[in-house]
Design a protein around this ligand. Structure first.
Ligand SMILES: *Cc1c(COP(=O)(O)O)cnc(C)c1O
Length: 469
């Protein structure tokens, strides 16, 4: 018998074991230290072993306890980065996704999975006010941004066939608050980071459309070819939403592709659509259900207005108009519209989670995150030892401990020590940002578990940490 075979009965036993462990983790989550106490040496000692030649059988599962202990707890007081909170119904779907092992390359390979993915993409597009947009799920916002900009380049300055050497220099515009994945994409696409323009921002940290227009004119004058504007709908530092309507107007006037990086913020359009006016004028939009739709990693999404542009960028046959079948459902191939071929059935978790809870529950959770962010911002503003460093546009709060009489450099150093101490204390987890050379403590709320008490503990923990460093 093939010794890799596992019977249904055996699978049930192992699955129950994992489910029991996962359920215990969820029950204990609120009380767990946010950072595991383990050092690098501890984790090496636990896990960095030689691969066993002989199978360990069910004993292999014993160390899963140590794995759980070695994880950062993502309870309601995890405020670092832009990290969603892993809605558990979706997590159950992930197990089935792996068992079914559908390769979502095309409808032919994965009929149910391909249809479900196209359906949830449609749900997402409609939910953020962009009905009619098409797209696919990706590994995250970085992959979606790369694909969006690959589409922009191929639409504006085709290079897939002959390369970029024969083309004039392309230029892409964004604000100084751009996420690093955009400059990475510009580098990978052969445009060169030097040709990514950082447009100045206003005091709400939003791109200035007049400056954008000046920069485009200047580049045109110098013989370069402006191809795309990347507006950000929810900057990673402060959640600023670039003014999409006037930016779309400039892009339209100069015939540039408009990509909106909504990896952090676009899903907030479920709760506050009025703040995202103009989003539907984009040519492509990235968004991250694994951030503000609370899905387990990984689940990003790229939306685009014109699927022909996706096929022009990603179809390798050059024969992108031809399909396997005249039937629009059965002939559909994701690989003609994506940089990936083998793709996991990411849509199942989203489909199950959205159907289980209903869209309204997500809208309310996002709305509540926004209210909690304002609650924290007001509490910081009232607290004489703390100061806000930027307006709170969505759910990212940048602030610092005021160190009266200290130089900027010493204030930064003090706040860096406070950050380290806050996280070591194990109650709340914060990350940081740098705003005009000021070191900021940063709390970001994209978490369906966070409560008022959780948010209030940010203040008490920062003050306690400050008294300890
Ligand atoms: C998180 C983020 C990204 C990158 O998304 P990943 O899913 O981490 O790859 C891009 N842009 C912004 C604004 C983000 O917040």
């Amino acid at each position: 018998m093939n010794s890799l075979q596992v019977s249904g009965a055996e699978f049930r036993k192992l699955g129950d074991r994992v489910a029991t462990l996962a359920a215990r983790y969820l029950d204990q989550l609120d009380g767990l230290p946010i950072l595991p106490p383990a050092t690098g040496r501890d984790t090496e000692a636990l896990f960095h072993h030689a691969v066993p030649e002989e199978g360990m059988g069910e004993k292999a599962f014993q160390d899963l306890e140590h794995v759980v202990e070695g994880c950062r707890a993502q309870n309601g007081r995890f405020f670092g980065y832009v990290l969603g909170s892993a809605e558990p119904v979706a997590a159950t779907a992930d197990l089935l996704t792996s068992v079914l092992n559908q390769n979502v390359t095309a409808w032919r390979s994965a009929p149910a999975a391909a249809t479900i993915e196209r359906t949830v993409v449609e749900w997402l597009a409609t939910a953020i006010g962009c009905p009619g947009f098409l797209g696919s799920l990706t590994g995250g916002g970085s992959a979606a941004n790369l694909m969006g900009l690959a589409m922009a380049r191929e639409a504006m300055l085709p290079a897939n066939k002959t390369g970029l050497v024969a083309q004039p220099q392309a230029v892409i515009y964004t604000s100084q608050e751009v996420h690093m994945s955009i400059s990475k994409s510009v580098a990978l696409l052969g445009i060169g980071r030097e040709h990514l323009r950082s447009i100045a921002i206003d005091d709400r940290r939003c791109m200035l459309p007049s400056e954008l227009e000046n920069a485009i004119r200047d580049d045109k004058h110098q013989g370069r070819v402006p191809i795309a504007v990347v507006a950000t709908a929810g900057t990673v530092n402060c959640g600023a939403i670039d003014p999409l309507l006037p930016i779309a107007e400039v892009a339209r006037k100069h015939k540039l592709w408009l990509h909106v990086d909504g990896a952090y913020g676009a899903l907030a359009a479920l709760a506050i659509p009025e703040r995202f006016a103009g989003l539907n004028l984009a040519d492509s939009i990235s968004l991250d259900p694994h951030k503000w739709l609370y899905q387990p990693l990984d689940c990003g999404c790229l939306l685009y207005r014109d699927d022909a542009a996706a096929r022009r960028a990603f179809s390798d046959t050059g024969d992108y108009a031809k399909s396997w079948s005249a039937d629009p459902v059965e002939g559909f191939a994701f690989f003609e519209e994506s940089m990936e071929l083998s793709r996991r059935f990411r849509a199942l978790k989203l489909w199950l989670s959205l159907r289980y809870h209903g869209l309204e529950a997500f809208r309310r959770a996002i709305q509540y995150n926004l209210e909690l962010a304002q609650r924290l911002a007001s509490a910081i503003a009232r607290q004489p030892q703390l100061e806000l460093l930027a307006p709170v546009e969505l759910s990212a709060i940048c602030f610092r401990y005021k160190a009266e009489g200290l130089s900027q450099e010493d204030t930064n150093a003090r706040n860096a020590r406070i950050l380290k101490r806050v996280n070591e204390r194990g109650r709340v987890y914060l990350s940081n940002a740098t705003l005009e050379e000021r070191f900021a403590l940063r709390a970001c709320i994209v978490n369906h578990r966070t409560t008022e008490a959780d948010v209030d503990s940010v203040i008490s923990e920062v003050l306690a940490a400050a008294s300890e460093v």
